[in-house]
Unconditional design. Structure first.
Lengths: 338, 338
DNA sequence: GGAAAAGATGTTAGCGTTAACAAGTAGACC
DNA sequence: GGTCTACTTGTTAACGCTAACATCTTTTCC
């Protein structure tokens, strides 16, 4: 990297002190207007660019926040990041982006690097494989604010922004019940992450609420991806034909796409033989055949809200820790036979 | 932010100098193994986390690279970013992520912030609206390496990684010609960015190459989004029926989706009345009806390659500036009537 | 056994900036 | 004219770390 112009050089050229230059460039009060103008001009002419690193060192603020996502290509995350970026940028901060690839080790490494880069706060959606929350506790103990989004950990002293998974899952299951289905299966997510547990719970509550027995044979752990959904559905389809489910609640849309493929491969029709619902409203949900009834998750708004909460925590020590749930809605399409 | 443990504190606790601690923590030679161990342990016990900001200040290296993308939700970019992240992370660097939202002012601001945060290099895919390259020149002049990806600017002294837009566009147009189409229209991108100009050029070359006249009425500027494609296609469809095109080459897949909607709305059939091809191989291309024949752009590989080139530039002053083109392929689907 | 080499540790200074205090300058007012 | 106030500018030190050099200790080898 070539030599960069420093405040000192600008000050020397103008025959003033570094402090005067610093004050002028940062638009502080108590600097003569004429001096300010002269400094600004000279700095521009000389190609001066502020050294944020040095500034961060003395101010102990970097105006940078870290983001940790488990999977960037899953459409929820780009949307959420877009929302975050807008809020964070407007507040005058930058984003250090890290990716855990659903790997808890990589997640820990990412968080440690963010801490060493002295970010002012961190937005995390935890990796599937995380079992140990001690890194979160450690970070929170250092008073480095964390806001979880989408995938939450409670009772750790960090805010979380997401949807009410339990309730949303309850709603879409109930929607199926009201449509007249009673043999309803669930392709569940990993029970290690909150969305897996809570969506399963909502599904169970909805059945019990309508006096439908919850059968273990109807619940298969499928994971969050298409292949998992495909495999789990194939397993369900191997049941004796009088015990086949009439409808399936999938933990998310990719899982539902996999399940739909398995159903079609078995020569069954959606929704005539088996109805399917997803969760996310993936960009593809409207395009698959038949189009998928699902829960619309407001990714962009979750991103915005999480970022707003984080900035609030950063700028105000007494900002209360809280869980924020955004509303979801059922998007009716053809996989449940409109 | 709470007080953080410093090297000085660790040194005092152990009764050694700061240098010894620094050397031990950075795993430098010429430190006694026992001392190293003691330091490591004490540091961990005390909860020491390296201050990368201070380190960056003295070393004049941040081990951070900036990424500037115009649109995070467009599926090409998440894929590209994923590739970049893997390479960058493995090389021991972090990413500062910025988003220009296709706005040249935001792009300039982002680049300036990245420079002031003293990133070691920048990966840019320029915004549509950029007319003025002086910020790029300024950055390159400071010896801060830039690698453009997907959307290139040539002759500026920066490497670029992308596909050969001209050739790919030539290929898919020729593919239509070989299928027997001769009335072939083009919904073009903005001519201000390289992909717009070069894809248009490839389209023209392919027609000329087969002795088909290039008609201005068959070329409409549609932009890069669905709505632009829709509007431009509607305009084309308003031609007298004997002058309607039989096939349309769209600048990208979203544009093609818009065009397909316009065609369907007009009561025409794809591909029987009008064939459509796109460019990108968006995640939706296989799911729309009919599925879209398109050019597969290796987003992930472009991301990896661009990141590799940037790291090479950062770590080796004499790394040659070059344009790198990755191969594309035509994905045949039903919109051209297999 | 002693000189040279190698290894371990320490000291000083500086990276570019700003906080905190100090000092100088001009205008206001009696 | 002198004192007070308000504004402008300057000085010093520090942020946490490491490069470069200096010093001390141990090992090696004739």
């Amino acid at each position: 990297m070539a030599e960069r112009v420093t405040i000192k050089q600008v000050a020397n050229k103008l025959g003033v002190s570094m402090m005067t230059v610093s004050r002028a460039l940062n638009n502080r009060p108590n600097v003569d207007e004429k001096t300010k103008k002269r400094v600004m001009e000279t700095a521009r002419e000389m190609g001066y660019i502020q050294n944020h690193i040095a500034k961060s060192l003395v101010q102990k603020r970097t105006f940078t926040v870290g983001i940790v996502v488990p999977e960037i290509t899953h459409s929820f995350f780009p949307d959420a990041i877009k929302g975050m970026e807008e809020v964070i940028n407007l507040a005058g901060y930058q984003i250090i982006f890290t990716h855990s690839a659903e790997d808890s080790k990589k997640e820990v490494a990412a968080i440690e690097t963010l801490a060493s880069k002295r970010v002012d706060g961190i937005l995390i959606s935890m990796a599937e494989s995380v079992r140990d929350f001690s890194i979160y506790k450690q970070i929170i103990n250092m008073k480095l604010p964390i806001v979880f989004f989408d995938r939450c950990v409670h009772n750790l002293g960090a805010s979380c922004v997401g949807i009410n998974d339990d309730e949303s899952s309850f709603n879409i299951t109930e929607y199926l019940v009201k449509k007249g289905y009673s043999k309803i299966a669930h392709l569940a997510g990993p029970t290690t992450i909150s969305i897996g547990r809570e969506r399963l719970n909502g599904y169970k509550r909805a059945l019990l609420n309508s006096n439908i027995e919850v059968k273990d044979e109807y619940i298969k752990i499928a994971g969050l991806h298409e292949t998992g959904g495909y495999e789990a559905m194939k397993e369900l389809l191997s049941s004796p034909s009088d015990q086949l489910p009439e409808a399936v609640v999938c933990v998310n849309d990719p899982c539902a796409f996999g399940a739909m493929n398995a159903i079609k491969e078995a020569g069954l029709k959606i929704p005539e033989d088996i109805a399917v619902v997803g969760f996310t409203d993936d960009i593809r949900a409207n395009l698959v055949t038949p189009s998928l009834t699902t829960i619309k998750q407001p990714a962009y708004e979750i991103g915005r809200k999480a970022a707003e909460k984080l900035i609030a925590h950063i700028e105000n020590d007494s900002e209360p820790v809280e869980d924020i749930y955004l509303a979801t809605e059922i998007v009716e399409r053809k996989s449940t036979g409109i």
